[in-house]
Design a protein around this ligand. Structure first.
Ligand SMILES: [Zn+2]
Length: 344
């Protein structure tokens, strides 16, 4: 077995940079590896217009010494200024647009509760061939937390696809076998897959009378059968799936051992190494590059990156915390052994 591999520099098509000191910390981790990063717009004040998107992009660029390209989707809600949205999409100030169903995850209270009210924005995206990124969960009192993705696909996504058949859709952080199959079977829809949805199942989150808040994220991780389908979709050369870490940090004091905990897993310090580990376990290390560095760029019509990165097969232990100024964040895979490491 090879002891090292080189791959084209990856892009991360789903990262949460947050704001302030947290933004500075996360930017350094994510830009150490990736050329492009899609910076999620669910900041405390969501990114809903071109001015906010431009200044957020500048902040991100300033925070990194590395050459990297932040891409900012517009946070969709029914009150957006239509002309500002159109201009932002046409001039590529926005990298498409992000649909958060209201209350599905962190800072999504400004999200969408009635899909039909955002159709006018989806029309623009479809006409401009600009992508719609989706947090695909339907939230309702009578829907089990584990079934949210399925209900979203059946009730909302099918409707969007029927009304806008040429709209380019990314179902982000696919978490179920049902979602994987839906993407495989339908046109104009692709998916991103996180490392944690390929490493954890619900037993790692829900304990006897508490939860492990460091494994708690939205969409919540599911069953082993889902994990297996996600691994197959990522590792076995399916061009419809690509890298999106959904690395989503919260300060450690907001991580509580119950459902009041802030959801999100911070994987930026080791995400490319974990993807390598998963692909190696699946005897598919030769497909790591296509998943991490080619499929996404092709889908979004970007050039493939010039630089290469090198990973070596050697053991190391992920540290417990990432600290920066007054911030402490629990690392995903803390204190565990990882078998791959980026060496340049
Ligand atoms: Zn996310």
């Amino acid at each position: 077995m090879s002891k090292s591999i080189e791959i084209i520099q990856p892009d991360d098509w789903h990262v949460h940079f947050r704001e302030g000191d947290m933004l500075e910390m996360v930017t350094n981790f994510s830009s150490r590896i990736n050329k492009r990063c899609v910076a999620m717009p669910n900041t405390e004040i969501p990114i809903t217009d071109t001015n906010k998107a431009s200044s957020y992009k500048e902040l991100l660029k300033k925070a990194s010494d590395n050459i990297f390209e932040p891409l900012i989707p517009c946070y969709l809600n029914e009150n957006l200024d239509l002309e500002d949205f159109r201009t932002g999409i046409q001039n590529k100030v926005f990298f498409g647009s992000k649909l958060y169903p209201s209350n599905a995850t962190t800072n999504s209270s400004h999200g969408v509760s009635d899909i039909s009210k955002i159709f006018k924005f989806l029309e623009i995206l479809e006409a401009e061939k600009s992508p719609l990124l989706i947090h695909g969960e339907k939230v309702a009192n009578d829907i089990d937390i584990f079934d949210r993705e399925k209900y979203f696909i059946d009730d909302e996504l099918s409707l969007i696809r029927k009304k806008f058949p040429f709209l380019k859709i990314t179902l982000e952080h696919v978490s179920t076998a049902y979602g994987v199959n839906y993407i495989k079977e339908n046109e104009n829809i692709v998916g991103t897959i996180t490392p944690h949805h390929m490493l954890l199942t619900k037993k790692d989150v829900f304990l006897d009378d508490s939860i492990n808040p460091h494994h708690f994220c939205m969409p919540v991780v599911k069953n082993e059968s889902d994990l297996i389908e996600l691994r197959n979709a990522a590792c076995h050369n399916n061009s419809k799936f690509f890298l999106g870490t959904d690395s989503a940090p919260h300060p450690i004091h907001l991580k509580k051992p119950d459902m009041s905990s802030k959801p999100g897993i911070f994987s930026s310090p080791c995400s490319i190494e974990l993807y390598a580990e998963i692909f190696d376990q699946e005897n598919a290390i030769h497909n790591l590059e296509i998943f991490c560095s080619i499929n996404g760029a092709k889908h979004y019509n970007f050039p493939i990156n010039d630089r290469k990165i090198k990973l070596e097969k050697k053991e190391w232990i992920m540290s417990d915390l990432s600290s920066y100024k007054d911030i402490q964040v629990k690392n995903f895979y803390a204190n565990k052994k990882i078998n791959w490491k980026v060496v340049n």
